[in-house]
Design a protein around this ligand. Structure first.
Ligand code: ZN
Ligand code: ZN
Length: 242
């Protein structure tokens, strides 16, 4: 199965297509090399980051979030920063250009995961952050799930979308402080089955305060998970998330 998928995937990578950002020539649905370079530039040249939440520290000695209140997850791997031009790709994904966007974005996240040290273990279970019923009704799909499914195939990891469930609709988070967000997500997610010693990776589109990933990780740890890694397309820079 994996062999056939790999053979098809490597064929598709050579077919010419339009770059999802500039519309120029690209291959296999990916961005053209210059656009890929500019989307991921700050990940390579943006300076030191928090080893836990992936926040670009911008000269700070310690992470202002994790040092104050350590989250329940161990680390975050992000494909790019949530800033121009990467933010445009997130808008495309959420606006419904999912068939063109999800595979390409999974490709960018795949490259970030492959480059991460230490590597993600082969027996990692992968799942998306479940979206609220309201969000699915509005968009007709869960953007994180579209990316997670494609990423699981590329990484050949077990895809387990039902591992964590949402208990109830959460309050809208936009005007809550970070501390209030952490409290409001605490009881939002639960894991109905024991996960003794499992290594789990949670896929989300954007990591802002980290409160959603923290809530997911807390539920997974309560069920016995050993480690929880966040795999996110975009990490919001410090200045934008206060
Ligand atoms: Zn381009
Ligand atoms: Zn941090």
């Amino acid at each position: 199965m994996g062999g056939i998928y790999e053979a098809c995937a490597s064929l598709l990578r050579h077919i010419s297509s339009d770059c999802g950002l500039c519309g120029g020539r690209a291959r296999g649905g990916a961005l053209c090399p210059p656009c890929q370079g500019s989307v991921t530039y700050s990940m390579r040249h943006g300076g030191a980051r928090c080893g836990r939440c992936g926040l670009a520290l911008g000269g700070l000695a310690v992470c202002p979030d994790c040092s104050l209140r350590p989250p329940a997850f161990e680390r975050v791997i992000a494909a790019f920063d949530y800033a121009y031009p990467g933010d445009v790709l997130i808008h495309h994904l959420k606006a419904g250009r999912r068939y063109a966007s999800a595979g390409m974005l999974a490709g960018l996240l795949h490259a970030a995961v492959r480059a991460a040290e230490p590597p993600l273990p082969d027996d990692t279970l992968l799942l998306p952050v479940p979206s609220s019923r309201a969000a699915v009704l509005q968009r007709g799909f869960n953007p994180a799930a579209e990316v997670a499914r494609a990423l699981a195939r590329r990484l050949q990891l077990e895809y387990r979308p039902g591992l964590v469930l949402r208990r109830r609709e959460g309050r809208r988070q936009a005007h809550l402080s970070r501390a209030d967000r952490l409290r409001s997500v605490h009881a939002l997610y639960h894991c109905p089955q024991p996960l003794q010693g499992a290594k789990v990776a949670v896929v989300d589109d954007v990591l802002t305060t980290g409160s959603t990933l923290h809530g997911m990780a807390a539920a997974l740890k309560e069920a016995g998970a050993a480690t929880v890694t966040g795999l996110v397309l975009a990490r919001t820079p410090y200045s934008a998330h206060r």
